[in-house]
Design a protein around this ligand. Structure first.
Ligand code: NAD
Length: 358
């Protein structure tokens, strides 16, 4: 399709480990076009652009040149978190909407700076919390929204992986909480519909860790309504791995959801069996457990993020995981980091976002 049609033209900034996959997604997705790729590293540029034949005139080592020479509608910021704000603000000021990789920025204050600038310029921001746009979490969200388990009061989350990334993650002070748990903490809000108001956390680095900073952590959250959330995660797991989503047990007044390995089980509380003996779409097993088939989605993960970004633009609404929304998710992350330093509960005023962006 020719440049200038109704597809969203995206300048992608960053073509490293995650960026190379992003370029393929943008190139393949029906409502987007890869307008240009920018990376300060010639090797990264070639690794990202060669497999999908990005023409030489659309490859840039310098963001300024790309912004001057290429017509575009939006930018995808997929560089290390420390440079998200600088790159995003330059793109916003060049008139582009921005998709910004998680974690949004290295602090709530810096993320607020990006949100404020976008508001001033009337541009849209979405943070690419791509985990939200997957069948497992969307199935869980549908069940919760239907009221299947009533009011949520207790949540247990375990995450175990052992990836060898190299690069910036192995030098971060709190890689697990900041670069990984952001997905799980964002699930609490975007999938479970909970808004924690305080957090207490402890992080540690097992002796066998290949990370410089803390690759494991435990965190507790509470909501003003009295829900309690227990999280434990490790990026250097010696044990059996979970999926990237983690393994979840969610208990409410009317039942529980067990979500692990992309399987969603619904366990209605026995006293509600008159209502739940038949649960829409679910299949009963003999042990009081209903198997819930995963919902169908038009697109998943990074393609799901692009689907949401372009649909929101067409429909003139804020996207899910907008910049404003994500201030609360990274508020959970940096609240947890603060608690690892003090050992105390950290209050997370829900008004923090408003205060910082006022
Ligand atoms: N959603 C997910 O599941 C997921 C997975 C992996 C990474 N990510 C996120 O994606 C982002 C990038 O991670 P990565 O693993 O690809 O990192 P990376 O280090 O592999 O790649 C980053 C690239 O950015 C380039 N770069 C750095 N500064 C630049 C600048 N100012 N202008 C242009 N290019 C610049 C580097 O040369 C490098 O090629 C991070 O925010 C990370 O957390 C998200």
């Amino acid at each position: 399709m020719a440049v200038g049609d109704s597809r969203t033209r995206i300048i992608q900034v960053g073509g490293g480990f995650w960026g190379s996959g992003w370029a393929r997604e943008i190139d393949a997705f029906e409502h987007t076009e890869l307008a240009a790729v920018v990376d300060v590293s010639p090797d990264a540029l070639a690794r990202t652009c060669d497999p999908i034949d990005v023409p030489q005139e659309r490859r840039f080592a310098d963001l300024g040149q790309a912004l001057e020479q290429v017509e575009a509608d939006a930018a995808l910021v997929v560089v290390p978190p420390e440079v998200h704000a600088d790159v995003a603000i330059r793109c916003l000021e060049a008139g582009l909407d921005c998709l910004i990789e998680k974690p949004f920025a290295p602090s709530v204050e810096e993320a607020s700076r990006i949100v404020r600038r976008a508001d001033e310029l009337g541009r849209a921001i979405m943070v690419t919390q791509s985990f939200r746009f997957k069948r497992g979490p969307q199935t869980v969200r549908t069940l919760i929204e239907r009221g299947a388990i009533g009011r949520i009061e207790a949540v247990d989350v375990r995450f175990h992986k052992a990836p060898h990334f190299g690069g910036f993650r192995e030098e971060m002070e709190e890689p697990l909480i900041i670069d990984m748990a952001i997905h799980h903490f964002d699930f609490l809000r975007g999938i479970l519909g909970l808004e924690p108001h305080r957090v207490r956390a402890r992080s540690f680095n097992p002796s066998w860790s290949w990370f410089g900073g803390n690759a494991a952590a435990v965190a507790e959250f509470e909501t003003p309504e009295g829900a309690s959330i227990a999280y434990s995660g490790s990026w250097v797991s010696r044990s059996r791995e979970t999926t990237w989503d983690g393994s979840w047990e969610i208990q409410g007044t009317d039942g529980a959801i067990v979500w692990q390995h992309n399987r969603v089980e619904y366990i209605p509380s026995p006293e509600n069996f008159g209502v739940t003996v038949y649960t829409r779409d679910a299949l009963e097993r003999g042990d009081g457990v209903m198997d819930v088939p995963l919902v169908a989605l038009p697109a998943e993960e990074r393609a799901g993020t692009l689907h949401e970004f372009t649909s929101a633009k067409r429909e003139g609404r804020a996207p899910q995981a907008s910049g404003h929304d994500n201030l609360r998710s990274i508020g959970l992350v940096y609240g947890a980091v603060e608690s690892t330093r003090t050992g105390d509960w950290v209050e997370l005023p829900l008004a923090r976002e408003t205060a910082l962006t006022a």
